[in-house]
Design a protein around this ligand. Sequence first.
Ligand code: DOR
Ligand code: ZN
Length: 346
Amino acid sequence: MTHITIKRPDDWHVHLRDGDMLKAVLPHTAKDFGRAIIMPNLVPPVTTSAMAQAYRDRILSALPDGADFNPLMVLYLTEDTDPADVRAGFESGLVTAVKLYPAGATTNSASGVRNMDKVMPVLEVMAEIGMPLCVHGEVTDSDIDIFDREAVFIDRVLDPLGRRLPELRVVAEHITTKQAVDYIAQASRALAATITTHHLMINRNAMLAGGIKPHYYCLPVAKREMHRKALVAAAISGDPRFFLGTDSAPHTDPNKLQECGCAGIFTAPNTMACLAQIFEDEDALDKLEGFTSLHGPAFYRLPVNDAEMVLSRSDSPVTFPDRIETGEGPVTIFDPMRPIYWQVSS
Ligand code: DOR
Ligand code: ZN
């Protein structure tokens, strides 16, 4: 096969940041994706509809001329979030989802949730109006091994939440374990999951074997190979509960390459090429469109994009730039550590 045509993809989880970083990274997402769920973990976080409106305006004014891109705004859930503001933001069409970060789980999550009881009034309104909750599914307890934090979160938070509020529509974001795949696949409630490009391509050896490699450090951290294989199986399964959320998360190289480096992998420029390679290697190119372009809109109750994307295959590997320059400093692009023969051609 030399090329494939799919409906224009969407990215159901991306970090666009703000200011100079936003200007530099946004064109890469807007080029390949029709819509994206925009993470609200700015400093300060996007906690109200008014802040979401202002952030959306900044994103729209940073778009290149002629771009076909719709940022879907997300409110950062805190223990002080006002249910009436969430309802008004959703019903006006401005806000698409709410994001639950357990306090301290990741970059800029200090204002996240400590006690789920405190946010139940918000979650009850969301269940009533059909608004999705996006979840960073890791516990933060210091006595839980970092490689187990996702599996423990399922037992301690995700499963009890489903029993307490079964109508709530939940997206388990950037899942990294076989336990998460199995849990979602058997769930009878409105529960879906996003999977990142990098978690489909790397296991924890990328980060830790042969020297420590900060550019492969993200949260949740990549796990063992058996978990990566379970994620690939879910992505190519055609099960509509699994869809793409790149979690493309740019940090400057100085911020990655320090004693306490930031978590995040910047995949926006080569995500679609990498995905086509993975799906081809699995003999599942016919499932790529579902994963990148159909399952997400179905869960979010939005139409599929009208536009199409063509990906083409070369006989020799395609090269991608190592990094982009931003007004804040260089940002390294994800290196998949294997040849990629695909690229987006239009
Ligand atoms: O690797 C990550 N980077 N995981 C997250 O959850 C946050 C993100 C970021 O904002 O940099
Ligand atoms: Zn993220």
